[in-house]
Design a protein around this ligand. Structure first.
Ligand SMILES: Nc1ncnc2c1ncn2[C@@H]1O[C@H](COP(=O)(O)OP(=O)(O)OP(=O)(O)O)[C@@H](O)[C@H]1O
Ligand SMILES: [Mg+2]
Length: 248
């Protein structure tokens, strides 16, 4: 019998938010890890069906993935460094089923451009983002309690995603559940979304120190210890992964 072929094109999930530091890389790598754990290669010699891709010139994805010991990394990773053509090729690859793309924060290239002008501009990074968005099945827009992420989230949605008809989901990240026991802050963030008609993932990603230490320690959530806060930190990503599978 011939080897089973993937009958449908790979689904592309892209984290996208103008504001730096909102959690794009953290969300990308951990979702790729959960998806990879759930979709292991048929044999150890086969390629991973899950790929994490970074178009980020900063290379956070590469730096992080490289620190996770090879035998513990449940996905393949590709860093395009802005080179065009690699993402479309991956989408067509019959061995690949999910591609999680990390994008860099971006600036409005021309502050004097008219209000309705395309904010991505036309430079090499813009072209790389354009290509990714063209192939994106679902964009994840991180929103954090920090007020400074709100306007850029709205900007990313209204000025970039909606004009391109890219389906999106807001992901509330860095929710400080320990200090927000009455859910006031979380409910405000949810209201911020509903006021604008933005769908959001019901599972917020809580703020835990283990997440911020993970890149240096070469860990993704699937390697976190099975107890205490680490378990809760990882639970958030498992639940988010389920929501995403239902949305795509
Ligand atoms: N839920 C969380 N809990 C604790 N720390 C977090 C959480 N999410 C992200 N961080 C930390 O916040 C910082 C910024 O996150 P990250 O690098 O993922 O953001 P980014 O959007 O990719 O930034 P950039 O646009 O600069 O690439 C990192 O130190 C990361 O470890
Ligand atoms: Mg990043």
């Amino acid at each position: 019998m011939p080897p089973a072929q993937n009958p449908v094109a790979a689904k592309v999930i892209t984290t996208f938010q103008q504001k730096g530091g909102s959690g794009k890389s953290t969300i990308t790598i951990n979702l790729a890890a959960v998806a990879g754990q759930n979709n292991p290669p048929a044999t150890p010699e086969d390629p991973c069906p899950v790929v994490a891709a970074g178009i980020d010139r900063q290379g956070s994805l590469e730096d992080w993935s490289a620190r996770v010991p090879e035998d513990r990394l449940p996905f393949d990773y590709v860093v395009t460094k802005g080179k065009l053509g690699e993402i479309p090729d991956l989408v067509k690859d019959p061995d690949v089923s999910r591609i999680f793309v990390d994008t860099p924060g971006f600036m409005e290239t021309d502050p004097d451009a008219p209000l309705d002008a395309d904010p991505l501009g036309s430079g090499p990074t813009a072209q790389a983002m354009e290509e990714v968005l063209e192939h994106t099945d679902l964009a994840l827009v991180p929103l954090t309690p920090e007020w400074l992420t709100h306007r850029p989230a709205e900007f990313s949605i209204e000025r970039v995603l909606k004009p391109r008809n890219v389906k999106f989901l807001v992901v509330i990240n860095m929710w400080d559940s320990g200090n927000d026991r009455d859910f006031k802050e979380l409910n405000e963030l949810r209201k911020w979304c509903t006021d604008r008609g933005y769908p959001y993932a019901s599972q917020a990603i809580r703020r835990y120190k283990i997440h911020s230490k993970a890149p240096k320690d070469g860990l993704t959530v699937i390697q976190y210890p099975e107890s205490g806060t680490a378990l809760r930190a990882r639970e958030d990503f498992y639940k988010l992964a389920l929501t995403i599978e239902q949305a795509i």
